[in-house]
Each structure stands twice: as structure tokens, then as C-alpha cells.
Design a protein. Structure first.
Length: 388
């Protein structure tokens, strides 16, 4: 039995992960769960999976009198309840698990990633922002501790599967596919009218709100290029992006002999999650299967970097290196938050990020403090920008 710690268990990836566990009950034991503030769902999950401990990142003070009641409920279930960022880090630091799943959204997931890797525990990573903001630090920490980093992101899971048994030096390039999001066919002059509801309607995937907006701006693909750069130690020149609206081919690898390997499947995050949890094995499941007769047309085209300038900004930040990707990521998190709260328009998201990148003084991103400082600077910059 593999023992799991699932951080961000109440989100889209977290709940999909628990569905995989539920379907393979004899294979996994849920040891830890952590959520930001969804108390009721965390409670239901604790009742169902009986972990040793759970963490609620929202601090006990913010719950007022409810914290005491909550503590009693979890005590009665014999589940330890921890609060705050310290509670989350405490669980991420415990080494009585085989796999930690990081399904937290945003750079808030970075400290937990570093703690888990430093213990030498296998990390199944959905939290791509972790690699975007501190790729060097994260991969170095994993290397030093001998920890394995397994991607959950569908494109990276596809690349990971295609590269299995291959020699990295024989790889010519990787091709990361993208659905193109809901605005793929909209003319740019209609982008001004995009509403939050329009942007939250992803054609193929049902995901958390932040990544759904990132998919609509194509920032998600930019973050994924940076993620691939660190996961597979690839220079930007060897990573291309291809729009594939059906989301059936999850990504491809081209070798020096011109041969291409692709990984296909229905757009269902339970597949890459299950692969990360059972790796290097594969286990049978009852999830829906790909029926080729129904998908007779798979199409592809180049991304439009002028229309979707967030992708261009992410590629730029990767070429600049240093703390630029951390600034890009934090500015994006703030701008997306402001868009979701209807404080800025969709077209302002890349404008804000571009401004932050321009004003930022780049530095080295080798340690946690440097990355954190760049992240904080960028968030403060955007908040100031929003007040003007
Ligand atoms: P979500 O918003 O649905 O869930 C986020 C989870 O993180 C929740 O459990 C929430 O409680 C927790 N959380 C939020 N802020 C936190 C904080 N400050 N500290 C600790 N926990 C916190 O997000 P999601 O769609 O599940 O995405 C999670 C991550 O996975 C993101 O990095 C996203 O880019 C990546 N990802 C998601 C999908 C998908 O299908 N949803 C696919 C690929 C990659
Ligand atoms: Mg993805």
C-alpha cells in the first residue's frame, strides 16, 4: 500500500485524486489531507478516508468560535487537526508517506513542495507554479535529497510517458499541445467584451477558476513551457507549443531520427493522476475510454502570440531567466484575481504582467528568499498599479 499526503485535497485536482484513490482502495492509504478553507469538504473527506491528520490553512483565529467545535469533531474521529500555513508545512514535512500530491494553486504551494522534496519523498506535482517560480531551487532540492518528481499536469505526464525508456540526448524537441481555450476563434477586437463567465467556460476541461482563466489567456501554456524546461532540463529552443482543439493528444516528443511519440486519451485528469500515483506501474480502471471512431478529426495549428500575448510574455520571462518567471507568475496571479473580481478587463491581464516584467530588476533565483522577494515585489507592484 502506498501512503499518500494530498495537499489541496478540496480542489479540482485534489478531488479527482481522491476519486482515483477511491477506485483503487487496496493500493492506497490516505495519510494526510490539507485544504485552504473548505472545512465541510475536508471534514467529509476525513470521514471517508480516515487520514492520520489534516491541515486547514485558514487560521484558527479566522474561524472565531468555530475552531473549538471543529477541533472536537476531528478529535472524535481520531484525526489530528492542524491550522495555518504552519500546519500545512508540518504535514508536508512528515516522512511517513510514500507520495505527496501537491494540488495547491499558485506560488503558495512552493514551501510545501520544498519541504516534501527535502525529505526525499516522491512528489506528484500538479502545482506547476512551484516550478515556474523556483524551478532551479526545486529541481536542485529534489536532486540533493534523491526525491522523484512526477508530473500530474496532463501535457507533462504525456511527455514523461513518451520519454520513458528513451535517451534525453536523442530528443529533438517536445511539442506541448494546447486546446486554445474558449477564445481561440474570437477576433481580437471582441476580446474587450470578454466577461468572467465567458472566460470560465473551458471547452474541454473542468478545472479550478485560476487555471481556467490561465487557459483562456494561454498563460497556462506559457507556465507549462517553463514547467517542461525544468522537469526535463530542456532549453526553450527544444520546446514548441501547438494548438490542438480536441485535447486528445496530450503532448508529443520528436526524436533525432524524426520519429514522434504521442500520448493520447480523453481529457480526464484522473488518467495522469493515476499514472503519477501508480508509477512505474499501470493499473486497470473503469474510466471512459477513447473511441477513435468518434474522434475522426484531430486538428492542429500554431498559436497566435499577438492575440494571446500572455504566452509570449511567459516565453520572454523564461529566456530572461533569474527572477523574471517568479515576477511573471505573481503578476499573473494578482491580475487573474482582479479579473475574477471584475476589477480589470480580460485584455488588461497581459498589460499588467508586461508592465511588472518591465519595471522589475532581474536577479538570481537560487534561494527561497530571492524568489519570495520577487513574488512579493510583483504582487505589491500590481496592487499599486490597480489603485492608479
Ligand atoms: P483549485 O482552485 O480547484 O484547488 C486548489 C486547492 O488548493 C484547494 O484545495 C484549496 O483549498 C488549496 N489552496 C488554495 N490556496 C491555498 C494556500 N494558500 N495554501 C494551501 N492550500 C491552498 O485548483 P486546481 O484546478 O485543482 O489546480 C491546482 C493546481 O493544479 C494548480 O497549480 C493548477 O495549475 C494545476 N493543474 C490543475 C489542473 C486541473 O484540471 N484542475 C490540470 C493541470 C494542472
Ligand atoms: Mg496542462
Amino acid at each position: 500500500m502506498k501512503r499518500l499526503g494530498i495537499l489541496g485535497s478540496t480542489g479540482s485536482i485534489g478531488t479527482n485524486c481522491l476519486q482515483v484513490v477511491e477506485a483503487l482502495r487496496e493500493e492506497f492509504e490516505v495519510t494526510y489531507l490539507a485544504s485552504h478553507s473548505n472545512v465541510e469538504l475536508l471534514w467529509q473527506q476525513a470521514q471517508m478516508f480516515r487520514p492520520k491528520a489534516v491541515a486547514l490553512v485558514q487560521s484558527a483565529q479566522n474561524l472565531n468560535g468555530a475552531a473549538y467545535d471543529l477541533q472536537r469533531r476531528f478529535d472524535a474521529l481520531d484525526v489530528e487537526l492542524l491550522f495555518g500555513d504552519e500546519g500545512l508545512l508540518e504535514l508536508a514535512s512528515r516522512d511517513d508517506v510514500d507520495i505527496v500530491v501537491n494540488a495547491i494553486v499558485g506560488s503558495a504551494g512552493l514551501p510545501a513542495t520544498l519541504r516534501a522534496l527535502a525529505n526525499g519523498v516522491t512528489l506528484a506535482l500538479a502545482n506547476k507554479e512551484t516550478l515556474v517560480v523556483a524551478g532551479e531551487l526545486v529541481t536542485q532540492t529534489a536532486k540533493r535529497a534523491g526525491a522523484t518528481l512526477i508530473p500530474i499536469d496532463s501535457e507533462h505526464s504525456a511527455l514523461w510517458q513518451c520519454l520513458s525508456g528513451e535517451r534525453l540526448e536523442r530528443l529533438e524537441r517536445v511539442i506541448i499541445t494546447a486546446s486554445g481555450g474558449p477564445f481561440r476563434e474570437w477576433p481580437y477586437d471582441a476580446f474587450n467584451k470578454i466577461t468572467v463567465a465567458d472566460a470560465l467556460k473551458h471547452p474541454n476541461w473542468r478545472m479550478g477558476r485560476k487555471i481556467t482563466i490561465d487557459s483562456a489567456t494561454l498563460m497556462n501554456k506559457g507556465l507549462e513551457v517553463i514547467e517542461a524546461h525544468w522537469l526535463f532540463a530542456l532549453p526553450l529552443a527544444k520546446i514548441s507549443v501547438l494548438i490542438h482543439p480536441q485535447s486528445i493528444i496530450h503532448s508529443m516528443v520528436e526524436f533525432v531520427d524524426g520519429s514522434i511519440k504521442a500520448q493520447l486519451g480523453l481529457p480526464d485528469m484522473r488518467l495522469p493522476i493515476q499514472y503519477a500515483l501508480t508509477y512505474p506501474d499501470r493499473l486497470p480502471n473503469a474510466f471512459p475510454r477513447l473511441d477513435f471512431a468518434r474522434w475522426h478529426t484531430l486538428t492542429f495549428h500554431e498559436p497566435d502570440l499577438e492575440k494571446f500575448s500572455c504566452l509570449k510574455l511567459a516565453l520572454q520571462a523564461l529566456s530572461e531567466g533569474g527572477t523574471a518567471p517568479a515576477v511573471l507568475n505573481a503578476a499573473n496571479e494578482e491580475a487573474v484575481g482582479a479579473f475574477l473580481n471584475e476589477r480589470v478587463r480580460f485584455v488588461q491581464i497581459p498589460q499588467i504582467i508586461s508592465e511588472a516584467l518591465e519595471q522589475h530588476r532581474n536577479g538570481q533565483a537560487r534561494d527561497f528568499e530571492a524568489v519570495l522577494a520577487a513574488d512579493r515585489w510583483s504582487r505589491a507592484f500590481v496592487q499599486q498599479y490597480l489603485c492608479n
